[in-house]
Ligand binder design. Sequence first.
Ligand SMILES: *[C@@H]1O[C@H](CO)[C@@H](O)[C@H](O)[C@H]1NC(C)=O
Ligand SMILES: *[C@@H]1O[C@H](CO)[C@@H](O)[C@H](O)[C@H]1NC(C)=O
Ligand SMILES: *[C@@H]1O[C@H](CO)[C@@H](O)[C@H](O)[C@H]1NC(C)=O
Length: 250
Amino acid sequence: MNTYSFLFTLFLSLQSQVFSEDDFYQVKACCSFNGPNFDKVEYILTTSFNKQKMMEYNSTRGNWIGFTDFSIAISNYWNKVPYHKIQRLVEMKLICYENINTIQTIGNLSTTPSMRLKSVKQPDGRHPAMLVCSAYNFYPKLIKITWLRNDQEVTEGVSNTDAIPVGELYYQFHSYLEYTPTSGEKISCMVEHVTLSEPRIIVWNDSLPEGEKNKIVVGLSGLILGLVIFISGFIYHRKKSAVYNAIRQE
Ligand SMILES: *[C@@H]1O[C@H](CO)[C@@H](O)[C@H](O)[C@H]1NC(C)=O
Ligand SMILES: *[C@@H]1O[C@H](CO)[C@@H](O)[C@H](O)[C@H]1NC(C)=O
Ligand SMILES: *[C@@H]1O[C@H](CO)[C@@H](O)[C@H](O)[C@H]1NC(C)=O
């Protein structure tokens, strides 16, 4: 099978006498699925040597590109050999298409967090106020909440809980911000999750009646998946809003 012979090639290069024990070569294969039925599939193969990105194959573009003089030369050569292209198509079928059901299942389990922003402590002159930004009923587990003051990230006075399992599948997460209110400032809580194609921002509005305060949501967006599946298990990747299926060689 092509996938295995590819890994075997890596093994040989690691054994080569040209390299010291500290040198390593890494290949990452990623499948990105897009569209409601995962009908748009993109296969990206990247090779790195000692963390320096060397080459990238993109199935949509249909060719390799190199990032160093040496790898540019190799890319140009590989792009001319029809067999290399067929090999990439076979890999794409094995790695991306053969796993589409598994990835869809995980994708179907993914749930966008519902968000609440509320104050847990009103300022009383000397003491700062405290806000809590909560995410409920989301899956998968990894989530990031960032506090913004006038659109700048705030790190001081922030504390987070762990993602707390709720029931069999879902999680909840709370982030606290202790701050001294200043008039005219805008405090917001930004949520990033794999099910959100862009961060969701909730603006704190102190002048709204209690109960209305948590309903202002800016930048709500559709659902795109972003899961990483390593061959050894499931881990997911938050960045790209796409499903990745990676072979990792370290
Ligand atoms: C792959 O190539 C296509 C076409 O050039 C481009 O739209 C896409 O963003 C590329 N994907 C990545 C991950 O760079
Ligand atoms: C995932 O959900 C879609 C849309 O509801 C459905 O068509 C598909 O069969 C589901 N796939 C799996 C593997 O559960
Ligand atoms: C807060 O709510 C009030 C009353 O609805 C509104 O007039 C004001 O523009 C809101 N402020 C922000 C920052 O959204």
